[in-house]
Design a protein around this ligand. Structure first.
Ligand SMILES: [Zn+2]
Length: 506
């Protein structure tokens, strides 16, 4: 009779928490106790484990069993600890000789001893790999999630008896066919080839994609702002491996994935309606579980707010932290939980409450006061973080032949090449995209050429403030990267000023 230590994992917010399961089997009246903030679903595991062990032809000890879960101060929910608890009991009673320390166990146990899938296996696998584990024992249905993480090897078993056999070297693992392994979700089929006209807005979105800039589009209702925004993901680069796992784990926990087997390789596009609640926008903690909000679902992709001034004020103000830090802290009783929320923001707004001010000005009945109040709903601090402000007007009705617009694939290739140039230029910096470049270093090391800088100075004399001036420089770099030019000049600064809705002069 000894003390056994086995590792498992439980869901924790968007991620997972590795849990050390210690099992002590000692002399005394037969009993089983559990310490370490086990919530109901975990506490009930005692009875599942007991039936699973006896129904697998193994021996349930007629002793006093104490199970400790650590870290002890964090609540643990779910049924994923069934398997490590069972393994701990078998190890403590010498029915299993040894358990490797770099091996973790994940699974619910049926009363018959079968190992059943648990939700959040991908998040558990990502966390386990980060913490140095090499292998996770899971059932076939969870195996693909483990296989998605290159550092991990799954040990695939269908029931407890098989697991004991595999660990003792007397049984074979189950296998899952490679064909099932990872199916990549297909990108949605929206394409810029379907968007006619809108040359300037198309350029604005291309620049936004190249430099990672947030963008605001202002124009009358029905003019095509949503159509343009929806096509942004079609020109963004595919998610890199680490980000694809993180994004997939978020959507797996939120239940917004078709299947946990599919790795999301395209940036998500999240477009909440303006009536969304603050909890649904920013996320919430319910029953010790984090429910990801729209800002977290948009992580790695695009958050699109149509009719942005209509969103509740706390929804808009809650965007400031994610826009600055790429994550969001949610307060709960015991502590703050952090959720990733690094996204590219697109906001669309009408020019006035009725929407007609720029389109059919004679029909607009909005008072100057109402117009100002509408504009002020998008608070300064939010607009301040948006590099591109672009007007979208109704494209002229074309007669006769319609010329095909450039398809997304061609634009995506320019965006990819532009990002590559920026990444190379910033290889010694802590950022990779123009939108994140430090204003100070832009002026000292990454300025525009002389003609470009003098044009910028002229704009400053006309009232462009220093922060705005930094933003113009960042945009000028994205334009230069798209054009494969080594340093932005007068042309790029002029277009950058136009993208900020500033007159370029001269
Ligand atoms: Zn109006």
């Amino acid at each position: 009779m000894t003390l056994a230590q086995v590792w498992g994992a439980v869901p924790a917010g968007i991620s997972a928490l590795m849990v050390k399961v210690e099992v002590d089997v000692s002399q005394g009246l037969p009993s089983i106790g559990m310490v370490g903030l086990a919530q109901t679903s975990v506490a009930e595991s005692r009875w599942r484990v007991r039936s699973a062990i006896t129904n697998s032809g193994l021996t349930w000890p007629n002793s006093r069993i104490t199970i400790g879960l650590s870290p002890a101060d964090l609540p643990k929910t779910g049924t994923s600890l069934d398997l490590p608890i069972a393994v701990g009991i078998l190890h403590a009673t010498s029915q299993l000789a040894s358990v490797a320390t770099e091996l973790a166990f994940l699974g619910e146990l049926g009363l018959d001893g079968s190992v059943r899938p648990v939700p959040g296996a991908l998040a558990a696998a990502i966390t386990a790999a980060r913490e140095g584990f090499r292998s996770i024992a899971v059932c076939p249905a969870n195996a693909r999630a483990v296989m998605a993480v290159p550092q991990l090897r799954p040990i695939i078993v269908s029931d407890l008896a098989q697991l004991v056999g595999v660990l003792c070297g007397t049984a074979q693992e189950s296998s899952v066919s490679q064909a099932d392994a990872i199916t990549v979700q297909l990108a949605e089929s929206l394409d810029f080839a379907e968007v006619r006209g809108h040359e300037f807005a198309r350029l604005a979105i291309e620049v936004a994609a190249a430099g990672g800039h947030h963008i605001a589009m202002v124009g009358p209702p029905g003019v095509g702002k949503t159509m343009l925004a929806q096509r942004m993901p079609s020109i963004l680069p595919a998610l890199e491996a680490e980000m694809a796992l993180e994004v997939t784990a978020i959507h797996a926990i939120a239940g917004t994935l078709d299947s946990e087997d599919a790795l999301m390789s395209r940036p998500p596009f999240i477009a909440p309606h303006h009536t969304i609640s603050v909890a649904a926008m920013l996320g919430a903690v319910r029953a010790a579980r984090l429910v990801p909000g729209a800002v977290t679902l948009a992580h790695g992709g695009v958050l699109f707010l149509d009719e942005a001034p209509e969103f509740a004020r706390p929804c808009l103000e809650g965007l400031r932290q994610p826009l600055e830090q790429g994550c969001l802290s949610l307060m709960r009783v015991e502590r703050a939980v952090s959720a990733p929320a690094s996204f590219q923001l697109i906001i669309a707004a009408n020019p006035c409450p009725c929407g007609l001010a720029t389109d059919r000005a004679e029909a607009c009945r909005c008072t100057p006061m109402a117009k100002r109040r509408y504009a002020e709903r998008l608070s300064g601090p939010l607009l301040d973080r948006i590099d591109i402000r672009c007007s979208v007007s109704r494209p002229p009705v074309t007669q006769g032949q319609v010329i095909g617009a450039e398809p997304s694939a061609a634009i995506a290739e320019r965006v990819r090449a532009a990002r590559e140039r920026a990444r190379h230029r910033f290889r010694e910096c802590e950022w990779e995209i123009n939108a994140h470049a430090s204003g100070r270093r832009l002026r000292s090391e990454f300025s525009a050429d002389q003609a470009g800088m003098s044009m910028l100075s002229e704009a400053e004399l006309r009232g462009l403030n220093p922060r705005g001036s930094d933003r113009v420089l960042r945009l000028a770099w994205s334009l230069a990267d798209l054009a494969a030019i080594d340093r932005p000049g007068r042309d790029q600064v002029a277009v950058a000023l136009a993208l900020r809705n500033q007159e370029s002069g001269g």
